[in-house]
Write a protein that binds this ligand. Structure first.
Ligand code: GAR
Length: 213
């Protein structure tokens, strides 16, 4: 059975969806560890409740970002993880880390990438007068939120929406699409070849599996 590590910084609702999907058998894999860069991340409680070991790496305990990433990488190798899932891990990983695990790191980002990488995506979408927003699951490379897109989900933005309204809609979609993509990976249907995402041996279009065309 494949082994997954999940990296978090906060609430861990995506982590919970993955825990549930592994438990139900929807994802035929085991989450062997949860890693957090915040000691008070609520996701750590979720790991505990599911009897999943967890480990906290605090930036202030390392000389540099790279030193911290090297320790995390060492730990991930020690638990022999096949897949690294970033689920609200709010710290940029070094190029050395992303290259070391190329093709084995997934991220979810709350925007329809390549629109709105980085922070405050809901505010940015509102300010721009967008009528839709969404979420993207992608392979991680050395560009922040820039790796090949695997799957996106769109949600509408209605007049008078506030950030919380949009966030709620996006979150609902995230909890659906992330377990699905992790399942594809675990079942060896998904891979990164020459910097492109492939599903069932087909190169995915730029916007991932689901497009409007
Ligand atoms: C998710 O909405 C995820 O898309 C976002 O953080 C949230 C984590 O929520 N990730 C990023 O912004 C990464 N750039 P969770 O802790 O409840 O899963």
């Amino acid at each position: 059975m494949k082994k997954i590590v999940v990296l978090i910084s906060g609430q861990g609702t995506n982590l919970q969806a993955l825990i549930d999907a592994c438990k139900s058998g929807m994802i035929p894999a085991q989450i062997v560890s949860v890693i957090s860069n915040k000691a008070d991340a609520f996701g750590l409680q979720r790991a505990k409740s599911a009897a999943i070991p967890s480990k906290v790496f605090l930036r202030q305990e390392f000389k540099s970002n790279l030193a911290m990433d090297r320790q995390i990488a060492h730990y991930i190798e020690s638990v022999q993880a096949d897949l690294i899932v970033l689920a609200g891990y709010m710290k940029i990983l070094s190029a050395e880390f992303t290259q070391r695990f190329a093709g084995r790191i997934l991220n979810i980002h709350p925007s329809l990438l390549p629109k709105y990488p980085g922070l405050h995506t809901y505010q940015q979408a509102l300010d721009a007068g967008e009528q839709e927003h969404g979420t993207t699951v992608h392979f991680v490379n050395e560009e922040v939120d820039g790796g090949p897109i695997i799957l996106q989900a769109k949600v509408p933005i209605f007049d008078n929406d506030c950030i919380a309204d949009i966030e709620e809609r996006v979150k609902e979609q995230e909890l659906r699409i992330y377990p699905l993509v992790v399942k594809w990976f675990v079942e060896d249907r998904l891979s990164l070849i020459d910097g492109k995402a492939f599903l069932d041996s087909q190169c995915l279009p730029k916007q991932g599996y689901a497009t409007e065309e």
